[in-house]
Design a protein around this ligand. Sequence first.
Ligand code: HEM
Length: 408
Amino acid sequence: MTDTLSAAGGETAGVPEFPMPRAARCPFDPPPGLRSLQEEGPLARVRLWDGSTPWVVTRYAEQRALMADPRVSADITRPGYPAQAPMPKGSFASFILMDDPEHHRLRRMVQAPFTVKRVEEMRPAVQRIVDDLIDAVLAGPKPVDLVEAFALPVPSLVICELLGVPYDDHDFFQDNSKTVIRRDAAPEERAAAGARLNAYLDDLVGRKLAEPADDLLSRLTGRIEAGELSRAEAAQMGVLLLIAGHETTANMIALGTLALLRHPDQLALLRESDDPKLVAGAVEELLRYLNITHSGRRRVALEDIEISGQVIRAGEGMIMANDIANRDPEVFPGPDDLDLRRDAPRHVAFGFGVHQCLGQPLARMELQVVYSTLYRRIPTLSLATDLDRVPFKHDGQVYGVYELPVTW
Ligand code: HEM
């Protein structure tokens, strides 16, 4: 490995393309190519869709150090930022792609409902949502697509209630969210979907300004009236929270269920235990093992940064491949085993540093309720198709399955 390659176009022969393909028979494991890079060292060059050659950071320790480093920027508008795909002009952006102090100014305006205490107050309501959806599944025909009947509605109902978005509009926002985070969609297609979501949220913010209710969007209108926030910023944050609030957790529910069905001994642990500690640990292990944000956290260096014998030059891009960091054998012995009794809360599935997932207490609680209820209420749950026929989201910024036919 050498630090003399230039992201702007040095000698790039032999630099592997990113993202790398997963092995066909191992849909839950990170790409074998990433494992090889990790074995060689903590940093390597990869080539992106635009020919640029940013660093990929594969080991846990280096990744956490860099994600907590103030010389590392998440600002997508900076030259050298390693974008996932072509960015159409006027694309939707929010504080996830900004640096402090702007990032902090906006994030703190929406953080109150996501604290552990506030999220715990929502647990009984989430339990009711989960129970009602399982009742409906059991009363309906089989096989059923678990994504549509259960995995998507749970987090969508919860985030709609929290934000003040009408759930009746779920087809609209779920379809558009799916397009926004598809890596292989045409840039114009993604931009159009983002613009539709933005217009929808802007309209909703307008309605909350006229008629506030007890929800997060209404509380943001107070900030608008106080001159602390623009209406456009409120709409953008609404889009971010709506997409992040349902897509990620839905994928964890469906992919997690598939992983458990493929590991019956582990599934039995969940089905047969009512110990909340075991369930909480199981959620952390599934987050680590599946790491659905498989595109990596994208960053760019603001200054020269020396790390583990390498120099990342100012303006060079970095991809924190958190999927392979979560399989770093130095930190997680036997990293490719799904072991629900493992103590894995230090995983980086929610990122690390100032951009660490705002919604993680909510995601954890929803997944705990789901994983502790679904397999106990439907103990004979099984896959109603061959694994080969399950459509995986290889093309998405968030990994998961498009459909999961199940029976019981
Ligand atoms: C299992 C589910 C989830 C996973 C795996 C996940 C993962 C992540 C990751 C890896 C980041 C860091 C991004 C970065 O560093 O570039 C992030 C940020 C974020 N997540 Fe989540 N997330 C989940 C659920 C949620 C939920 C339910 C919400 C609720 C609205 C949410 C809202 C956010 C927001 C707003 C950010 C940006 C934080 C910032 O930039 O300060 N996420 N998430």
